[in-house]
Design a protein around this ligand. Sequence first.
Ligand SMILES: Nc1nc2c(c(=O)[nH]1)N[C@H]1C(S)=C(S)[C@@H](COP(=O)(O)O)O[C@H]1N2
Ligand SMILES: [Mo]
Length: 197
Amino acid sequence: MAVVTRGFGGRRPASERPVPPGQYLTDDFPVLSTGPTPNVDAPTWEMTIRTEAGVEHGWDWAGLQALPAEDVTVDIHCVTRWSKQDTHWRGVPVDALFTEVETAAEFAVAHSFGGYTTNVPLDDLLDGRAWVVSEYEGEPLAPLHGGPVRLLVPHLYLWKSAKWLRGLTLHLDDEPGFWEQHGYHPYGDPWSEQRYA
Ligand SMILES: Nc1nc2c(c(=O)[nH]1)N[C@H]1C(S)=C(S)[C@@H](COP(=O)(O)O)O[C@H]1N2
Ligand SMILES: [Mo]
């Protein structure tokens, strides 16, 4: 489970915290991208949520900054077997984007500038389990790591955390994203090693 640092959380020190099976710990922050880093500027960044009925909700940079952000400390796990503990992010819980969204959809696809996509059940993005983040370790999120804005879904393998987030589309059926069409697991739980389908 992702643990959010909101006051006293009882979070165990990293050395005592378990690592998902088959993962090794690293202090580096490797970059994994399927293509070149798209040039996305914070001032002109926009994202949309499009429901299964075709209704669109949009946010620009100012609109995102106006939503209540929180500091998040989580461990992240890449399917290529590195894990990194106690990473610090700042962003808006995805819940805050959904206050006015009416949907019966159970699935979402995250879309990135540059064309990357990844599917996540909608429930996994809600209830404080996923964030739209724009800061990493107290700095604006670097372009290589998805800046200005990326999705952070730390309880799933990191390929679900779409960099350069451009929007979410909502679907009644699960629609595989980029890596999921190339053999990665549709869900990607690191604790049960759901690496490949
Ligand atoms: N848009 C986009 N998002 C992406 C990717 C990508 O290639 N493009 N790679 C994914 C994969 S496989 C991983 S492990 C993480 C890597 O994030 P990092 O480069 O910040 O370490 O981003 C994920 N999000
Ligand atoms: Mo990855």
